[in-house]
Structure formats: C-alpha cells, structure tokens
Design a protein around this ligand. Sequence first.
Ligand SMILES: O=C(O)c1cc(C(=O)O)oc(=O)c1
Length: 310
Amino acid sequence: MSQTFEKTPGWLDWYTGPAKPGFKLPAGAVDAHCHVFGPGREFPYAPERKYTPCDASKEQLFALRDHLGFARNVVVQATCHGADNRAMVDACLSSGGRARGVATVRRSITDEELQALHAAGVRGVRFNFVKRLVDFTPKDELLEIASRIKKLGWHVVVYFEAQDLPELWDFFTALPTTVVVDHMGRPDVSKDVDGPEFALFLKFMRDHPNVWSKVSCPERLSVTGPRALDGERVPYRDVIPFARRVVESFPDRVLWGTDWPHPNLKDHMPDDGLLVEIIPHIAPTAELQHKLLVENPMRLYWPEEVGNGA
Ligand SMILES: O=C(O)c1cc(C(=O)O)oc(=O)c1
C-alpha cells in the first residue's frame, strides 16, 4: 500500500470507561448508530480506507451497551471497512438478535449475498457523500442499489455535509425507500438554528415524509466542545437547539445513537455516559424519549416485533 495512514490516537488502550449516565434510558432503548472496527487481524481494514482506526470490538460494544443501559444496537458499516461487511455482520450474528446492521454494498453484489446480509440482520445500506471519508460513487449505481434493497424492505442511510444538501437534493428525493440522514446532515451549529441552512434541512424533512434523521454526534458538530457549563453535566450545549428542533418537529422519524467508538475525533474522546445525559435536553418528555429510543428504531429495525413487519 503506497499511502500512509495516521492512526486515531489509541484511546481505547487507556480509556477508563464512560460515566454511568444520570439519565435512565427507557426499557428497550436502541443505540441506533455505532460501529465495530476490526479487530484488524481478523477483519482487515479496506485498502481504499481514508483512515485507520484503533480496533473496537463487538465485545467492547456490547459491554458499552450494557453499561449505558441500552437493550440493542444498530451497527453501521464504517468507511474504514469499505464494502467488506464481515466485522459488522459478525457483530450482528453474535448479538443474540440484539443487533441489526447497515451495510455498504457495491453494484456487483449478488441477490444471494443480499439475502445472506438480510439473514444476518442487515436492514439498510449506507451511501456516504463526506469527501474526507470516501471516493465518489456514481449516482446511477446508488439508485440501482436502492431499488434492489427496497425489495428486501431495507432503507438507505445517507451521510453528507450541510453545504452539499442543495446539490444532493434531487438524488435524495428520487430514492424509493425510507431515507435516514446521519447526524442531522452535519449542520454548522455556529449558525442560527432559525437560519437558512438549517431551514433547508427542516424543509427537506417536512416535504418528504420518508426522510428520517439521527439526532446524533453532538461531539462532532459542537464548536463549544465537551466542557459542561455552570456545573451541569451537559456537554456540547450548542448542538442541543438543533437536535431538539428536529425531535420536536418530527418525533416519529428520529433516531439516537452513541456513534461509538467516535472515529476521526482527534481533539478529545467523548464520554458516552455524558452523551446519554444530553438525551432529555433534546427530547424533553418521556413520550418523546420513548419514540426516539424505542418506538422509532424498533419500527425501522425490528418491525416484526412491533406487529407491522414481516
Ligand atoms: O464523521 C466521521 O468521521 C464519521 C465516519 C464514519 C465512518 O467512517 O463510517 O462514520 C460516522 O458516522 C462518522
């Protein structure tokens, strides 16, 4: 391999573990956005990757799940594994039915391979448009994949930067499935929550009832950072108005996830326990919390358990 990679700091080696959250998650809560990395000797990272993470295993993920009080995980294929879904699939298969997956696939995938992913627990594919993470995939290829996975009842997860939404609008609105936006479409939270950029994102959701959003990743979006103010335990305060607006406007189409193990964060390592403490600030009532953490992810990932699925 000609390229050299900078390793994300080896925080998993020294990290003492997250705080026990003061906010008690509702029974059956789903961490709907998290990853597994490797271990690299078992599940090698993709040659085309843009970063090399520290290994972050399924065992560590499940321990975090139990520590925080989640019941289930949605394991999202990380770009450092490219379209080799083995680590994610292995985590799903090892979870005793408590993890579902979102895969990355190429046009060349066969119907049999898609069926095998479904049997392992995959319920969606991820299309990534963040240029620092992936190379460009032609949109006709993505549309072809979307129409194939629609037949399996899957959805499409999209990851993009806020400034790219206008250019991607027509493509997103042509997708024939439920479309789940990662991390609120990465708004610039130094801008006004009532400003034109976030208004466009809200319009995108309002005008398209098939569009959902993860109100995740305050640790990536925050400008003010992890330091809590005024002796409170709430970090990343500047992201809260944005996430709360999405939750209150579209309570039936939002998901929450830790984003563990937080790839590409170089300045600090978030405390997942404190991330959980943000939840009642973005979903202030028990009803909103239940939708965000239980009803919505169950409808999307375990529909057969809520009575409207296969
Ligand atoms: O912003 C990121 O760096 C990032 C990367 C990945 C990935 O590499 O898949 O996933 C995420 O959810 C966020």
